[in-house]
Each structure stands twice: as structure tokens, then as C-alpha cells.
Write a protein that binds this ligand. Sequence first.
Ligand SMILES: O=C(O)CCC(=O)C(=O)O
Length: 269
Amino acid sequence: MSLETIRYSNNPGDISQSIALSGAAIVLDLVEATVIDTVKEELRPHFDQFGSAQRNEFNGHHTQRISKILERSLESASLIGNRKLLSIIDQVLLPFCINYQIGSTTGIEIYPGESEQTLHTDDSIYPLSLPGMELQLSVMWALDDFTEENGATRIVLGSHRWHEPQMVNKVQSEDIVQAVMPKGAALIYLGSVWHGGGANRSNHLRMGVVNTYSLGWLRQEVNQYLTVSEETVMKCSETVQRLMGYQGHGQYLGRYENDPDGYWLGKHQ
Ligand SMILES: O=C(O)CCC(=O)C(=O)O
């Protein structure tokens, strides 16, 4: 088992198989470099102004974090709704739902001097574990090159198959790999995989944006309706609007009377 780096080659099946086996994969060629540069530029002032507010033991004391990324960077819609990426996520999540949605969007900038983040799973927000069913996955976009020295995300390969969370206490350093990847690549990892940010032993920053996608019948991790303004959502494509949560899950869940086909914003089009 290894953390594979795979070029997107119109065969999302190969990538989803690799994710199913190891719990994670790095994917190249999903997005144009200009998109990454624009997102980075749009987020810079927000990191500078608000990034230190979320410092704590878990997030780190030398890490800047910002949430509601779509509100801060309209270009990040190109990451959220990236067609190639969605074709991979379809393979992982659609076996368990009719549609899926954004759970959270977070910018993470690890500064020199930061130590390793505690290993954790993103699924721990849900009081539920159904063996064989994935509840969500996370996509970490590298807005800088991710290196071993600057804090590339640490992944415990195969940990999505653990039956007992206590197994994390037995993890050895050789069980952990770092997601070393070039700027513009995306690390896709299952919500059930144990992982954490790396220590930054370099003298430069490591900026990334991590977006989570959860099954459409689960509650979104962050309340996107209150977090991202309707004005911003209305500037996005229908695909992104749906991903932000403006759709029902099938005929009954999240019912809305003005919704002819499960798409809540249809009336504005
Ligand atoms: O920054 C990273 O590489 C991972 C961060 C993470 O997993 C988290 O904060 O939940």
C-alpha cells in the first residue's frame, strides 16, 4: 500500500480504487495554475486579517486558519465544483447517497515552527460509523508546494479500515506518509482516514485549502446557508449552488415547496 500520485486521465475509476485501497491519493492535472494563483491572491488578505483567530492546541499556535472560503474567494468555486474532481468523488460517495454536498471549506497556512497536528479522522464529527460506508471525504488543494519540511499533510495509510480508534495509539512513524505534492495538486482522503497537518521545519509557509464533501443525507459540518451569503451563492454555477446545499436529497429529505426538481434555487434562474 502506498500514497499514489496519479494524473487525472479521464479514468476516475483508477483514482477511486487507489483511494479505496490506501484511504487517500494525490491527484495531478485537475485545475489550471491560474485558478490556484487567483485563489491564493484572493485569500491572502483574509489570512492576514483573520487567520490567527482560530489558533488553539488542535489547530496549532503557528497556523493561520480561515473558514467560509467561497465568501472570501469566488474563484474557489472552480475548486469546489471542479468537474474532474467531482467525477472522482461520484465514485466514492454516490454508492451511499443520491447526491453529496460541501461540509466545510477551510484555508490552512502552516507557519515555520509549527509542530505536528494530532492525528484524527474528519468523520469523528458524526456519531455514527457504518463499516464499508464512507460518510465524507476531504480534498486538500496545495496552494504552495507541499514538502516534508514545510508540513505536508500526514496520512496513516489503510487506517480507514481500523475497527477500533484506539489503534491510533499503536501507530509507528513508519506507518505515516506525508502528502508531498506540487502546488495545484489535490490530496483526496476519506473521512475515516487518520491524518494530521505536518510540522513546518522550513523557513517558508505552506498554504492549502481543504474542502470536505459529505453524503447528502447528513447534516453539513458548517451551516453553509448562514455562512455564505445568498448573493455570493447566486454568482456560482448551478453545480456549486447544489454542492453548497441548495438541493434536497431525493424527494423527501430537505423538502422545499418551491422546489420542482430537488434544486432549491431553481425559481431564481
Ligand atoms: O493542514 C493539514 O495538512 C491538515 C489539517 C487537518 O487535517 C485538520 O485541521 O483537520
